[in-house]
Design a binder for this molecule. Structure first.
Ligand code: GDP
Ligand code: IMO
Ligand code: MG
Length: 424
């Protein structure tokens, strides 16, 4: 089976947990977009693991592949590999030689661009993601395969610095010596990764031909897609299912199961439209109950109720086969749950709201909650299966299925790996 796990909201849906859940010891895991702006959490009996570059299934799969569509910070990569190797010593790692390299210079440009944007800032992670993709598309990008040749890296850094003079003004990367030192620093990572670097698409073609078990993991969320998301408050890559092809070389036709992960409410980090956003005391309550603080930056996440027009749009756009609903335990802390069913009669196209072209007047339905679940409630539900899920939770899930018109197959009721249930 070849599966794809991706998020249908603004990121942080719990993709990491679901990716880990669907992976096994024979899986080949593939990341195909983004960089360390992603933060995917997996909680096991051995601790909490935060993945930024490696796919979340890395704890128990046999092979991981970082595709060409990614932007890779070599320092972060080496650190992450060193953390994961002791957990899964026999894992094989492959990194695309065509993936682009994030450098400190790109992080400086990211910060400088945000400063220049002033009040209209995007609220990026300042991990240099946008500028690295800009470099890729301007065809000056440093690719992973370049790291073996210090001269190439130095020349490219100098060219980039000249072209981006105004963005780098006042930073240390105006100086030639700093650029030379940066080239050396980057190339010093080459010996640690050289054995992993290859044309990953050729490998992946073989795995597909051999019918290997494969799981592709999307970074970010659908509404952060550069084309279809809430532009300009998006990331700089495509996050929808189609990005698998351009970001790894594997055609979407080869993937038989697309799982759209939906948090049972909504969260967003950074700026941009958020039709169901809560403020004040209810927001604080939801943020605390769900521990909604960024995995990558630690920023408090904005939170709100589940937004069905958004999820429905994202599920059509990604052509998903099934939904996975996470963090249902968190909603149990509220007595009544609101669910946004429409942006109001005046709104002609819900996605105009995401682009800031139309103003929403969200309409809600209200449902009874299942109440706060104790640890032993969760253990019991997990042990007995979906039949033992509280009726109110089944009603909530049923309502989502009815409105989005997609079946829910996996639900998550706690952060640990085991708190996951397959709905038959
Ligand atoms: P991702 O970016 O989509 O992988 O999500 P993150 O890892 O950034 O954020 C999701 C957070 O929710 C993490 O802290 C997870 O450990 C946690 N989480 C995932 N599923 C559940 C769940 O069902 N219940 C609770 N309480 N926490 C969950
Ligand atoms: P995961 O994979 C949540 C957001 C940033 C910012 C915008 C642009 O963990 O779901 P960038 O640094 O990418 O240029 O920032 O996108 N963003 C995310 N928000 N989860 C993510 O990833 C995100 N990746 C980017 O907060 O608003
Ligand atoms: Mg995250």
């Amino acid at each position: 089976m070849r599966s794809l796990v991706l998020g249908l909201q603004f990121g942080d849906e719990g993709k990491g947990k679901i990716t880990d859940f669907v992976s096994g010891k024979d899986s080949i895991m593939v990341r195909y977009n983004g960089g360390t702006n992603a933060g995917h959490t997996v909680v096991t009996s051995r601790g909490t693991f935060k993945f930024h570059l490696l796919p979340a299934g890395s704890l128990r799969s046999k092979i991981i592949v970082l595709g060409n569509g990614m932007v890779i910070d070599p320092e972060a990569l080496v650190q992450e590999i060193n953390t994961i190797k002791p957990e899964n010593p026999h894992i094989k790692i492959f990194i695309s030689s065509a993936a682009n390299v994030v450098t400190k210079l790109h992080k400086a440009i990211d910060r400088s661009q945000e400063n220049m944007r002033g009040a209209s800032k995007i609220g990026t992670t300042s991990h240099g993601i946008g500028p690295t993709y800009e470099e890729k598309y301007s065809r000056n990008g440093i690719r992973v395969g370049d790291l073996k040749d210090r001269n190439i890296v130095e020349q490219k850094l100098k060219l980039i610095s000249r072209m981006r003079e105004s963005e780098l003004r006042g930073t240390e990367y105006e100086s030639e010596e700093k650029l030379s030192a940066l080239a050396s620093d980057l190339c010093n990572f080459w010996p640690s990764i050289r054995d992993y670097v290859t044309r990953t698409e050729s490998l992946l073609f073989n795995y597909v031909r051999d019918n290997e078990e494969m799981v592709f993991e999307g970074g970010h969320g659908t509404m952060l897609d550069i084309d279809f998301g809430s532009y300009p408050y998006v990331t700089s890559s495509n996050t929808i299912s189609g990005a698998v092809h351009t970001g790894s070389g594997v055609s979407l036709r080869k993937i038989s199961r697309i799982i759209g992960v939906v948090k049972s409410y909504t969260s967003r980090v950074g700026e941009g439209p958020f039709p169901t956003e809560l403020t004040g005391e209810p927001a604080d309550k939801l943020r605390e109950a769900g521990s909604e603080y960024g995995t990558t930056t630690g920023r408090p996440r904005r939170v709100g109720w589940l937004d069905i027009p958004l999820v429905k749009y994202a599920s059509e756009l990604n052509d998903i086969d099934e939904l996975s609903i996470t963090k249902l335990d968190v909603l149990g802390t509220f007595r009544e749950i609101s669910l946004c069913t429409s942006y109001g009669k005046e709104v002609k196209n819900p996605m105009n709201v995401m682009m800031g072209f139309e103003k929403p007047d969200p309409e809600y339905i209200y449902m009874n909650s299942w109440g706060k679940l104790t640890e032993s409630d969760i253990e019991e539900i997990v042990a007995k299966g979906y039949g033992s899920v509280p009726q109110e939770m089944k009603d909530y899930i049923g309502m989502i299925e009815k409105m989005v018109q997609k079946p829910v197959k996996i639900i998550s009721v706690g952060k640990i790996r085991e708190s996951t249930i397959i709905k038959e």
